[in-house]
Design a protein around this ligand. Structure first.
Ligand SMILES: [Zn+2]
Length: 278
């Protein structure tokens, strides 16, 4: 199975697949009690490879799909796993129908854009296990999941810590290739990434998996990513208040994919400007 070129990480419990698109990750966690698939994505062949892998390793264990948030790239593979139970935040499940439809429309737009056909239907996930609150736990035998709400990037993010393996799944936070992408709230984003302090003090984190980019085992690297995200938000506020255009531009001067990423940076700027006006 290691011929699958998508696999960028494999240890006893965790296999991380990464799409050719946006370095988006799909994680498969395998314990004695269950198999959990996180955000299977993007392209049909990539999702088929993940599915094949899960079929081989699963045996008779229950299968769960964990969605870190409802951005369309993260839910695009939902119906490729029809017998999985879905875990997501309360905000994810309670999203108004019009917004759910809009997310589905984004998937269809993407597929039309690139002439992509899929052998499963495109649907917004129905949530079986709804997670509200911080520190909420779900036990599956010896496998214990602890959740924290993670709004800011969008409004329905969820952090998950899986014990005893010490895995922290953060969705679109703490990426090493993306600065904060803030679609919902800069203040919520800030509060969310500060929850890392509690997580690191409560759990023995062995591996951080982000929605895009590279995983890390290194706790100083995890903290560094948190500090860089905080720095980005604080500096953005300061430069906006000081009308420092060069400061704003230079904030992402070392980013990896500038032609695309500057659009997200500009969007952040507009959102934070609005927040500072209020
Ligand atoms: Zn994403």
């Amino acid at each position: 199975m290691d011929v699958i070129s998508m696999i960028i990480w494999k240890d006893h419990y965790t296999t991380i697949f990464r799409s050719a698109l946006y370095e988006t990750t799909s994680t498969v966690i395998s314990t004695d009690d269950c198999v959990i698939v996180v955000d299977p994505n993007w392209l049909p062949q990539e999702i088929a490879d993940i599915k094949r892998y899960v079929d081989i390793i699963r045996k008779d264990r229950p299968l769960y799909l964990l969605f870190t948030h409802s951005d369309y790239d993260h839910i695009i593979g939902y119906r490729a796993f029809p017998d999985a139970k879905v875990i997501a935040s309360g905000a994810f499940g309670r999203k108004p129908l019009t917004e759910k439809k809009q997310i589905i429309e984004e998937i269809h737009t993407f597929d039309d854009e690139y002439y992509i056909s899929r052998d499963y239907s495109i649907e917004y996930p129905k949530v079986d296990i709804v997670i509200d609150g911080d520190g909420t736990t779900v036990d599956m035998g010896q496998t214990k999941l602890t959740f924290y709400q993670a709004p800011g990037h969008n409004n329905d993010g969820l952090f998950t810590v899986i014990e005893p393996i010490g895995l922290f799944i953060s969705g679109d936070y703490f990426s090493d290739i993306e600065f904060p992408y803030i679609y919902y709230s800069g203040y919520e984003y800030e509060k969310t990434i500060l929850k890392l302090n509690e997580i690191l003090s409560q759990f023995d984190i062995q591996l951080l998996v982000t929605g895009h980019g590279n995983p890390t085992k290194d706790s100083s690297e995890i903290k560094k990513r948190q500090q860089e995200s905080l720095h980005y938000i604080y500096q953005m506020r300061e430069y906006i208040s000081a009308k420092n255009e060069k400061g704003i531009t230079d904030l992402i001067k070392n980013c990896r994919f500038p032609r695309n990423m500057k659009k997200f940076h500009h969007h952040n700027r507009l959102l934070i400007e609005k927040e500072l006006e209020n």
